[in-house]
Design a protein around this ligand. Sequence first.
Ligand SMILES: O=P(O)(O)O[C@H]1O[C@H](CO)[C@@H](O)[C@H]1O
Ligand SMILES: Nc1nc2[nH]cnc2c(=O)[nH]1
Length: 320
Amino acid sequence: WEARTDLWVLPHSYEACAEAAAWLRARLKQAPVVGLVCGSGLGALAQELQQPQSFDYGDIPHFPRSTVQGHAGRLLVGTLGGCPCAVMQGRFHLYEGYSPAQVALPVRTLALLGAHTVVLTNAAGSLREGLDPGDLLVIRDHIDLPGLAGRSPLVGANDSRFGPRFPVMAGAYDPALRRLALALAPPPLRARAGVYCGVGGPSYETPAECALLRMLGGDAVGMSTVAEAAAARHCGLRVLGLSLITNAAASHEEEEEEGPEHAKDMEHAKEHAKEHAKEHAKDTEHAKDKAHQEVLDAAQAGARLLAQLLLALAPRLQHV
Ligand SMILES: O=P(O)(O)O[C@H]1O[C@H](CO)[C@@H](O)[C@H]1O
Ligand SMILES: Nc1nc2[nH]cnc2c(=O)[nH]1
């Protein structure tokens, strides 16, 4: 038996990223030094980009396709506050069926294009009281749950052209960039530092899972960013992580229903159950991606202040 490693290896091979980078380099007026990944509903972060060149992911060799609402699937390259910048309007997630290496391919491509810094933004659910929708979590550290379980983009033969076999992740989120982001957050944007938990998704967390993540020390939870951060650190990029809080995690749950022990008798309980099942079926139909739509709406509402922060930050990111 011979393992088919080609399908697995190709999307994360150095050659695939180098081909994507060469394709872009041949078309770019100016190479980016900073890469910005837009989270769900945060595509408007590109609005201040000057003289942007635009590329559909479908045209860039080896780039996966964006399949999630709120992720346009486009790379824009221009200048932000004078700083040459590449903005990814849309990222890839494990729950779309992509491998961790495919999720990380754009970050590696940006590194090969000459970027030295990436800003990873996302929409996230809060796990903490006092961290509310509209607030910004400046990521101090992360808990990479898929990564801890072996779903890391760094799994497989190590290509030392990217980086070392065992990269250090302490201090992965650059402390100086974090301080800068905290200092430059424009009022009324409330920014604080904290820990982002990356989960596989696509289901949102149960209340019990939220309690677990809280116990682990998480402040916010989302389904992205951690694989990109690992790949970025592996190839020596500086990383700034920004989570726009869009909801309280697990707040989409229904109010707890009283159990059948509270019904007067079994008949009553059965009737109640039938009615509830009907109502629930209607709700579920109506709720198709209602939760994600709420995330997108909240992200779009917060995008203006986040865009202001990025505009203030960009000139300070240009030089290492
Ligand atoms: O992390 P980003 O890409 O911002 O998206 C977040 O929003 C989606 C859920 O609504 C998930 O993809 C979650 O990770
Ligand atoms: N996993 C997860 N991702 C999110 N993205 C935006 N909100 C959430 C959330 O509550 N949970």
